[in-house]
Design a protein around this ligand. Sequence first.
Ligand code: DGT
Ligand code: CA
Ligand code: CA
Ligand code: ZN
Length: 602
Amino acid sequence: MSVNAELAAAFGEIAKLIEILGQDKFRAIAHDKASRIIEAYPTDLKTIVAGSGADARKRLTEIEGVGPKIADKIIEYCTKGRVQELDELRAEVPAGLLPLMQIPGLGPKTLHALWKEGGVKDLAGLKKAIESGRILELPRMGEKSVQKLKESIALAEQGETRLPLGMAMPIAEAIVAKLRSAKGVERIAFAGSLRRGKETIGDIDILVSTSDPDAVGAVFRGADDVVQVISAGETRSSVRVRIGGDAGRWGALQEGQAGPSIQVDLKIIPEASWGAALYYFTGSKDHNVAVRQRSLDRGWTLNEYGLFEDDGKAEPHKRGLKPIASRTEDDIFKALGLPFIPPELRENRGELSLKSTPRLVEVGDVRAELHAHTTESDGELIIEELAREAKHRGFHTIAVTDHSKSSVIAGGLTPERLREHIKAVRAADAWIEGISILPGSEVDILSDGSLDYDDELLAQLDVVVASPHAALSQDPATATRRLLRAIEHPMVHIIGHPTGRLINRRAGLAPDMAELFAAAKAHNVAMEINAHWMRLDLRDHHVRAAVEAGCLIAIDCDVHAVDDFDCLRYGVMTGRRGWLPPEQCINTWDKKKLHAWLRSKR
Ligand code: DGT
Ligand code: CA
Ligand code: CA
Ligand code: ZN
């Protein structure tokens, strides 16, 4: 961990402790701000302190957001290795209280009350206070907020060790890129749940074949982001890697929620058994068990070294037996009489009965983005920038779907503003060549299932994405009726993020999905896979049910910023996990077909 990261963590903790203690709010804000600035500051602060001697304080306060008091604490940390103020604050607040701040719905004020008036000092105490009902005696704690709190706790506990796909993937790719250049490396790949595209990742599994295992192991364990070496062997190493900064538009990842670090396992694989190892460590466990049984039925045995004749004795690879197949995954599938099974399907959900490799949706198939926001509501891009980016990605169509009036916090458009916006989008479409820019809206599905604009206005939009944003703790029956009503609305093209869940944070609605998919098919409405990795909503098993019900799917990035376009792959992986063929995904259609479909609802 770098000094900057350590300092950022220290100031972040000071800010939280001040808040829990109910002390000066502005002092908390100053420390929180300093924490974020230092986290992202490009130069090592220890070098600055060491290099500027008596001028250190002056030099540090030149950094935006660093005042004299913060500067003194930086110097204190760089010279003495501690910040006394932090130690003092820690002594005042029970250690188990701080992690509770990660639970959504538990702000510092509530925590202060829970502690001072309810005697809660840690998670166990909080749960007790909930169970006994004592918590209801505290200010601002009603039946409803306690119910929410209970759900948040359950989700936070679940999410403690599993990282969202979109956060794990860049970490894995960075490690793979780094190891690729290590001496002797021949092949490198990530396996496990990450290769299968699961929505959350327990740990990252990396496989390497190399002529120099020591060199790779040393690079792996010595990397900057490594916060802990769990084990270091000749063919296996495990470390914990720090999870970095940005968690998209939901703010920085909070410590303790998905861990400040994730475990990464490195396995050194003999070149001759690369395919067998890749197959084995890709999993899933359930798939492996089923395929192993299939091997045994044929008189063979399959392990991470290869497919062997089963002579009834263990560890064939150690007894010099020549494998029937081991070099590539293809070789193994072929020997077992199976088609290549894409990693996303390897969950033992019927994939072993496939007669040929199914053609599933791929990133390269997607030619249109139908859910995107501009600065007119809560996006970062103006219409032209959005269009250029979409064009740059090879799309033929981009829909501009800003929020509707009830999404006040997201800057939702009044009918008047929407009318103007439609004109602006049509004007941009007229002068920008090479891409169709369609006026649309992400219209709130209100709690009773009615839409946020009247039909006359909706009729002027080329694309209507209807999404639930509020009232996301409705009971399942009410939620089903609500969403059905939106699906049945003749102007609606797409139901956006149908359940409204946020991974590890919010459970969202639990409607009867089968009913929704049947209705969507009947009304020619597409159900969205929102590709943002915090959402992935529809989720994989929903997609599978939707595909089987024969209803259309949209894969949209819900673009708010340029980087959001990169989420497409997570949406596509989720689609593939739901066995989605390209023709059932409207974003893969050519322009003529897509536009004709959109017009069919006008
Ligand atoms: P995760 O890490 O919880 O997100 O999920 P995975 O699937 O990456 O699981 P992990 O990291 O424990 O193991 C990686 C793969 O190795 C797993 O998908 C299948 C294989 N594997 C691990 N342990 C076993 C086992 O006990 N039996 C079998 N058949 N395969 C295993
Ligand atoms: Ca794993
Ligand atoms: Ca693992
Ligand atoms: Zn949106």
